[in-house]
Ligand binder design. Structure first.
Ligand code: ADP
Ligand code: MG
Length: 723
């Protein structure tokens, strides 16, 4: 596409020099109404009450709410805010907000700014246009947003104004969760309860609350915005539906951790400054494996905050990219045959004093605790691998899982040699009597033994222990981390609870011995989920099948796990999702899957019909004319068979594409008429996708033959290497 080179944006920040030069600490969190501001701006007793309400999950009374709302409004207005918005996370996967001005009429045609406690605490957006998966009928469209006091309100500013955003949960009139935050908050409570139960059994009296922590490593692509807008597929579906591979891909391995290009670095600085203002602790940045692919990771935070923050990170990546004439692609597979993007989700449990449950301790007592939590995590994955797999299932993530760049769809656990050996010894009964000495024998006496280096080498595992946390690597780059985290917390709660039951049934045995006995029994069963080898290898796939581990390759297959008795039972038991709530999630996600593919198919149909075929035919005409001209000029004795073959080749490709387009259209029409979400998404997976693949194959061949001047769509090499 020669005539369409992008205009590279000026390499400078959209921020002023004065802003750029400030140290991070001087403005970190300045756009949030954080604990420090609350303490400074609220009367002492109100602040104390608020802390207590948050800590003990109490009801917020209206007087306290009014006082907080007033302080919040004053602060927001000082910072230029005119509006407030309840910010929530419906089941669409993106965030939603409805803005209201602070103004109220005060008579005589004038207004005053007001923000009441009620407005802070509760909103009532019309919920009828959000997916509910049958939770509530449209005629009963009321939904409520409720302030999540544990996540700070923040200001969203742009060049011309500011809005006070209040993180909220979104629930139906009858109290069902219509969002991703509510179940997450419930799962945080559930794992706290189960973890405390086991800690007490182990004799730990000091931990008051156990929280789950998340550190999401966000991968993304950046391409020039001009190219982005020239591709209907990118604009409408987030990925390229056609495109021949570039001559250079990632084979030189010169991109990973390479020096970051100037333009990109300036973009990253701007992103980070925006994040710091929102109190988001962005920590690492680097080039990723594929050309034009990058990663940003924050310091881990409490799960609820980390989820909100990751949503904001994705939002800010998009917004800031625009200032730099770039487009940020968060899709899991924007470019076929080039590495896709994931979001490694680091997860751990700690108490509020910062003691990490997955950190081997310095004393035998701490190590016993570590062992129990470690085994609980393995047990959770063993028992609920299918639900964990379902938590990351989406049409976009299907392109990535199992593509030898991301873990396979088989969920196994990696521990590293040292821990494997220790668990092996326990399971085999190499230590049968337990004393402090025995624990030391097991190599569990001191922390440095399980160093990150010995555990972090296997990058192919979907669920890897990395020193003091687990890294769930199957999460997709565009996904909210909320549901995967909800599942992790819930299955951990279930496993911990089960271990607690078993320990309690051995009340007469010394606790250390009881722990070893219970763990040994568990390991016999759950060890089949452990795998230290290469998860990409063919042998593993065979071995996993032999072990009976699920390998759910596509979203429609994977989502079925959410519609099984086992899922209803666990989500119900731990109060995370009721049957109706779970069923609605299952439906919504299936529906989304079919819709995603339908949109892709239609975008592909349109691009190929209106761009690819016309340019192919123009070239066909040019070739035909040139051959006729040559034959005329040179006489029939000249051999033009090579040119004719070439023309024939192009002609046949065009015909083939044309007939495949018709097949695609027919199968989309059929797919659209299928009743029942499971059947429909199965059909899209099996029928529509294969037709799209067939078209792509031919189109990509055509791309490499047609005159570049006639090809109207930006090519991979242009998008990936020009910036
Ligand atoms: P790597 O690429 O080696 O996995 P990164 O530094 O890119 O490491 O990302 C690791 C992520 O894990 C960061 O977000 C980090 O804050 C987070 N993390 C570290 N310790 C914990 C923990 N105990 N619980 C949850 N997340 C953690
Ligand atoms: Mg990592």
């Amino acid at each position: 596409m020669r005539n369409n080179k992008p205009i590279i944006a000026a390499e400078r920040s959209h921020m002023s020099r004065k802003e750029i030069d400030k140290p991070i600490s001087s403005y970190f969190g300045e756009n949030t109404f954080n604990a420090r501001l609350m303490e400074a701006n609220l009367p002492k007793d109100v602040y104390k009450r608020l802390l207590e309400i948050i800590d003990k999950n109490k009801m917020l009374d209206i007087d306290t709410a009014n006082t907080i709302a007033h302080a919040m409004k004053e602060w927001a207005m000082e910072n230029g805010a005119t509006h407030f918005a309840h910010w929530f996370q419906p089941m669409t996967g993106v965030t939603a907000e409805k803005h209201d001005a602070f103004i109220e009429p005060s008579g005589n045609g004038e207004v005053i700014e007001r923000f009441s406690g009620k407005q802070l605490v509760q909103g009532e957006p019309d919920a009828s246009s959000f997916p509910s998966g049958g939770v509530r009928a449209t005629f009963e469209a009321r939904g409520y947003t409720a302030w999540d006091m544990s996540s700070p309100a923040f200001l969203r500013k742009n060049g011309s104004g500011a809005t006070l955003c209040i993180p909220t949960a979104f629930i139906s009139y009858t109290g069902e969760a219509l969002d991703k935050k509510t179940p997450l908050l419930r799962s945080i409570n559930a794992v706290n309860k189960s973890a405390l139960r086991i800690l007490r059994l182990l004799g730990n009296k000091k931990s008051k609350k156990v929280i789950s922590n998340l550190g999401p490593e966000q991968e993304y692509f950046l391409i020039d915005k001009d190219y982005f807008y020239k591709r209907q597929d990118l604009v409408l579906t987030g990925r390229t539906l056609i495109g021949a591979p570039p001559a250079k891909g990632q084979e030189l391995e010169d991109q990973y951790f390479g020096s970051i290009k100037e333009r990109i670095q300036i973009f990253m600085h701007d992103v980070e400054r925006e994040l710091y203002k929102l109190g988001i602790p962005a920590k690492t940045r680097h080039n990723e494996v594929a050309p034009s692919q990058f990663e940003i990771a924050p310091i881990f935070e409490e799960a609820n905050i980390a989820v909100d923050h990751n949503q904001l990170v994705m939002d800010i990546l998009h917004r800031v990219a625009k200032h730099h004439n770039l487009a940020c692609l968060l899709h899991e597979k924007p470019f076929a045959r080039i590495n896709g993007s994931g979001k490694h989700l680091n997860w751990s449990l700690s108490d509020t004093d910062g003691n990490n449950m997955f950190e081997p301790g310095r004393t035998p007592q701490d190590n016993m605790q570590f062992l129990v939590f470690l085994v609980a995590a393995i047990k959770a994955v063993y028992e609920y691998a299918d639900i964990l797999r379902a938590s990351v299932a989406s049409s976009s993530n299907d392109h990535r899982l199992g593509a030898n760049e991301a873990p396979p769809a088989i969920i196994s656990v990696f521990l590293g040699d040292q821990l494997t050996k220790i668990l092996d010894d326990i399971e085999k009964g190499n230590v049968s009597k337990v004393s402090n000495d025995a624990i030391i024998d097991l190599g569990l006496s001191s922390l440095p033994l399980v160093s990150k280096d010995t555990t972090d080498r296997n990058r192919t595992s979907p669920f890897a222990f990395t020193g003091n946390k687990f890294e769930f690597r199957a999460v997709g780059s565009s996904q909210s981390i909320s549901f995967p985290a909800t599942v992790l917390n819930t299955i951990a709660a279930a496993a911990l609870d089960d271990l607690a039951d078993k320990l309690e049934s051995k009340k007469d045995t010394d606790i250390k011995q009881a722990v070893f006995d219970v763990i040994r029994e568990e390991l016999k069963k759950i060890k089949i989920v452990l795998f230290m080898g290469d998860n990409y290898s063919e042998e593993w796939h065979k071995e996993a099948e032999k072990r009976g581990l699920p390998n759910l390759k596509t979203t429609p297959e994977a989502l079925m796990a959410l519609n099984k008795e086992k899922a209803y039972t666990i989500f119900n038991k731990f109060g995370v999702l009721s049957n109706v709530e779970l069923k609605s999630r299952y439906h919504i996600r299936l529906e989304k899957y079919a819709k995603d593919i339908d949109i892709e198919a239609k975008a592909l149909f349109d691009m190929v019909t209106t761009q690819v075929i016309p340019s192919g035919m123009k070239y066909q005409k040019e070739l035909a004319e040139s051959i006729a001209g040559a034959s005329n000029a040179l006489g029939s004795g000249v051999d033009l068979s090579v040119q004719k073959d070439f023309l024939m080749n192009i002609t046949m490709l065009i015909s083939s594409i044309k007939s495949e387009l018709i097949k695609l259209k027919v199968s989309c029409e059929k797919g659209g008429s299928i009743k029942g979400e499971q059947a429909k998404s199965d059909y899209y997976c099996k029928e529509v996708k294969t037709k799209m693949d067939a078209i792509r194959e031919d189109v990509d061949k055509l791309e490499t033959l047609v005159d570049d001047d006639l090809w109207p769509i930006p090519k991979f090499w242009e998008m990936l290497f020009i910036s």
